[in-house]
Design a protein around this ligand. Sequence first.
Ligand SMILES: *Cc1c(COP(=O)(O)O)cnc(C)c1O
Length: 422
Amino acid sequence: MVLKKGNTSPLIDRPLLNVQQVREDFPVLAREVNGQPLVYLDNAASAQKPRQVVERLSRYYALEHANIHRGVHFLSQEATSAYEAARATVAKFINAAEPRECIFTRGTTEALNLVASSWGGANLQAGDEVLITQMEHHANIVPWQLLEQSHGIKLVVAPIDERGQLIVEEWEKLLSPRTKLVAFCHASNALGTINPAKALIKKAHERGIPVLLDGAQSSAHFKIDVQELDCDWFALSGHKLFGPTGIGVLYGKADLLNAMPPYQGGGDMIEKVSFSGTTFRHIPERFEAGTPHIAGAIGLAAAMDYIESIGHKPIEAQERDLLHYATERMREIEGLKIYGEAENKVAVISFDIPGIHPNDIGTMLDADGIAVRTGHHCTMPLWERFGLTGTTRASFAFYNTRGEIDSFVESLTKIKRMFLGA
Ligand SMILES: *Cc1c(COP(=O)(O)O)cnc(C)c1O
């Protein structure tokens, strides 16, 4: 979703999303918490699940379950078809050229570790550099630090500005003949910043450097087209995309993936096993050792179908409205400082009220039934950049409303008065 000045025509900004109707698909949104209607503003940590996903999972487990591949019986073949159909749905959702380019993983974290361990382990040597940014999630920092320890590579970090935007000129200066991989988040979970991925990928490719995109946030907020981006790998998590936990995707270009060594060994990923040597299958099976999360893949496809049924345009318009509205209303609270004021943002707002600890803000909001996240949001080095240890973060999905933002701001105002007076 793109936050652009001057694009405020209500007709352009707010097409076609009937929020009240959409909310009925999410049973949890009707709950009360601490005697108040739940206001769920922790979507960047994990999004809620529509009935369509829950019912699909339930039907699979109740009626359709068997282990996939290798089975000659009816249920196994049916489950195999559903699992492979889910892969095709994923491919369509991110516009991959072929389903086999979509590997099911446990989530973004495992997808990033897969690339670091398999591609990194085989292709990186002492002195080689991996370029990331200051706004990365720990999942896009620590796997590279493990390679620093095991392979002697060097992790290079590009700086961001006060508004939480990557300083592209500085990033570009850090691309050197030693740079063997570029990795960055498509959208930041902590700041909301959308990085100019397509332009960065082009600059890296001009120097022959492959690019890994962390799409855990971006995929939940706007349409992804991996062919248009031309990224070499793209990682996403089902649970942030209104789907099940424990399932995610690593997209990779077919030739690149097929040239990578296996990540884990076991059943399903082999061609032939003998004690004198084993040969491996091609993608996607090469990277899916063992019984996969069959239900998770099927549930993720149901979530993607659900998003497509609403449409990316109405979702983006609704979230753009929520981001604008919440930003404006929060700015009414004197002393409150928003971290992350990039021109292009997803609907994530990190903030600090000097004098009140984020944990106190989070606890007090919870007493009013409002769920936010407090702390470092798995981006500790980012907060170091701003001289903080963490923030409070409100993050929105298309099922949130302006009315919920009003409740949130009212509660914040009350908390501030309690702690700081007036
Ligand atoms: C959540 C998140 C991750 C990690 O995703 P998991 O689902 O926990 O594996 C990585 N990067 C970003 C930007 C995230 O928001």
